[in-house]
Design a protein around this ligand. Sequence first.
Ligand SMILES: [Ca+2]
Ligand SMILES: [Ca+2]
Ligand SMILES: [Ca+2]
Length: 213
Amino acid sequence: MKVAWLFLCLIAVVGTDMAGRAEERDTARLTSGIAINEVLADPPEGENGDANRDGQRNTYGDEFVELYNSGPDTTDLSGWYIADAVDIRHVFPDSIEVLLAPGQFLTVFGGGDPTGFDGAVWVASSGRLSLNNSDDVVALISTSGDTMDVHTYGAEAGRNESLIRVPDGSGDWTRPSVEDWDWLFSPQEPNRGDTSAGNVSWGEVKRQYFARG
Ligand SMILES: [Ca+2]
Ligand SMILES: [Ca+2]
Ligand SMILES: [Ca+2]
């Protein structure tokens, strides 16, 4: 009887601790305004999967994590890092300012040569983001070690499209197909129905380029 009671106490303590941590994370995200806004763990097959627009679909290179500043202040992400369930995958250098202004996006691709994006686009400093297509974690950690935002996902990430917050920065997680939108991912673009950038294939980019002559 005593053992069962102790066990129940332990569950209560651990449960309270986890709820407390989740609350701290939400507070950190809402205070800083910097959120993990979109995660592409499973780039679609073929040219439709060329998320970084470098002309090739690559399982690792076209993975990305998009951040968004929904707060009122410009924030310096110097020394912040992005980790998955296993390791640190990207570190913003602390030797330069990495400023993210209100309403702006910042995307970290797994690799390759990101081309033609507005604003801040990075390639993972470790050479890969290595996001599992199911059951992984993406965490944004500040210089002081605080978890500013975190997203844990399951099998829903392995459906050839991004996981997205709607509305940007503050909304719950969903997917474009769930919203009945006709794009698969939207790096550096709002997560909205009228976003079109993520829907332009590399073939279409080349067609438009050569059409301009
Ligand atoms: Ca993956
Ligand atoms: Ca690519
Ligand atoms: Ca987006």
